[in-house]
Design a protein around this ligand. Structure first.
Ligand SMILES: Cc1cc2nc3c(=O)[nH]c(=O)nc-3n(C[C@H](O)[C@H](O)[C@H](O)COP(=O)(O)O)c2cc1C
Length: 179
């Protein structure tokens, strides 16, 4: 074991990682999607998720006002869209329209669920905690959805090596699946 700088050690732990898309909504009813790797399950009863959102993101503004969100787990079908949602801001564009993201109305609110995801969780925000340059929003799951295709794999943030297939790449972001 050798001591090193923080970034080198983090690089060793951060790939592969699961990905999530978080859908939130503005006061005028327009939904927006952000790509995340920083999310986790935090309670079983009741079921809860935590998501960590940079304070400069447009989604941060929306999540701070509207106390609901949808957490979607993207499938391999969504590789390009996941990169697009993670490299553009909803302040400037309507990502759902521009990137042809298939949506359907959920049960909790007007915030849509994503049809090409492997699963969707409709959440009510319970609390939030500032963590440096991010805010952790904690949501309680009210309704859960799964894709009817059980063989549809989830998309991952991957290392570039022979064990993984690259499906989309943009600079430091590499997305794909296990071979
Ligand atoms: C693979 C990937 C993972 C990301 N993970 C996070 C994350 O965990 N938290 C975060 O705040 N931003 C994360 N981002 C960056 C946001 O998705 C990005 O800044 C996005 O453009 C913000 O959109 P918005 O301004 O519409 O909210 C990630 C981006 C990518 C491509």
């Amino acid at each position: 074991m050798i001591q090193c700088d923080y970034n080198s050690a983090v690089k060793r732990m951060s790939r592969p990682s699961r990905l999530a898309l978080v859908v939130s909504q503005s006061e005028d009813g327009r939904a927006n999607i952000i790509t995340l790797v920083w999310f986790m399950r935090t309670s079983k009863e009741p079921p809860m998720f935590a998501i960590s959102i940079g304070i400069t993101r447009y989604s941060h503004k929306l999540l701070s006002k509207s106390r609901k969100f949808v957490l979607a787990i993207p499938s391999i079908k969504m590789a390009k869209q996941v990169l697009q949602c993670g490299t553009t801001s909803g302040e400037d564009i309507d990502k759902i329209k521009k990137f042809n993201i298939k949506v359907k109305r959920g049960k909790l609110s007007d915030i849509p669920i994503l049809l090409d995801a492997v699963a969707n969780f409709e959440c009510k925000t319970i609390t939030q905690i500032r963590s440096g340059d991010h805010t952790i929003f904690i949501g309680e799951v009210k309704y859960s959805w799964q894709n009817e295709n059980e063989n549809l794999n989830q998309l991952l943030s991957i290392p570039e090596n022979k064990n993984y297939e690259v499906l989309a790449k943009d600079g430091r972001y590499v997305l794909g699946t296990v071979k």
